[in-house]
Design a protein around this ligand. Structure first.
Ligand code: GRF
Length: 210
């Protein structure tokens, strides 16, 4: 947990478009969260997320997983970048790899992820399509702490959206994404304020100090 009145230093891991990264950058710039993104790391050279960071003058680094003998060695390199930038919270934003023990041990309950479903329903890939195909009437998104499983860690915040009669995967995903951009910065804000208390599977949110 960061101490009060200290700006939390956030490291973002992303593999693609980076719209959640953008939402975090915007919220930080508007002064809505006592946190700032200090480094963006990606496993994909062409990730738009890297460009978004560079546009803001934030260090953006491609770390090629194929350049390492195994996942541990790859994650050691991610870790050295995160440490070099004094990161206190790691935010996964469309990061398409499972986080391994190297990072998990280095950042216990200090790695967050956003998932486009109301977990524990529809973990893993293509969550919006699977929700639609399943016929759910309510869909949504979840911010959670990361553990060794696929989208299984303690839940921090969730937001629900209706599934409409004429929804396609794209329209539903867009409606969910709007909520993602709202609750991810909010979760980071709560973390930065030291208000997230993990008790087993449950994350208690302590009241704001006046
Ligand atoms: C989002 O839908 C997020 O929930 C999921 O991957 C997508 C990433 O989108 N984990 P973006 O790269 O943040 O635009």
């Amino acid at each position: 947990m960061s101490r009060r009145n200290e700006t939390l230093r956030v490291g973002v891991l992303a593999s693609g478009r980076g719209s959640n990264l953008q939402a975090i950058l915007d919220a930080s710039e508007r002064g809505e969260i006592p946190a700032r993104v200090v480094v963006v790391l990606s496993d994909r050279e062409e990730a738009l997320a890297l460009q978004r960071a560079r546009d803001r003058g934030i260090p953006a680094i491609w770390v090629n997983p194929k350049a390492f003998p195994d996942k541990a060695a790859y994650e050691e390199t991610l870790l050295s970048h995160l440490r070099e930038h004094g990161v206190g919270l790691v935010a996964l934003a469309g990061y398409m790899r499972l986080v391994g023990p190297t990072l998990l041990r280095a950042f216990p309950h200090r790695i967050m992820n956003i998932h486009p479903a109301l977990l524990p329903a529809f973990p893993g890939l293509h969550a919006q399509r699977r929700a639609l195909e399943h016929g759910v009437k309510v869909a949504g998104c979840t911010v959670h702490f990361v553990d060794e499983g696929v989208d299984t860690g303690p839940i921090i915040l969730q937001a629900a959206v209706p599934v409409l009669e004429d929804d396609t995967e794209e329209t539903l995903a867009a409606r969910i994404l709007e909520q993602e951009h709202r609750i991810y910065p909010q979760a980071i804000r709560l973390f930065a304020q030291g208000r997230l208390i993990v008790e087993g599977r449950r994350v208690r949110i302590s009241p704001e100090e006046s």
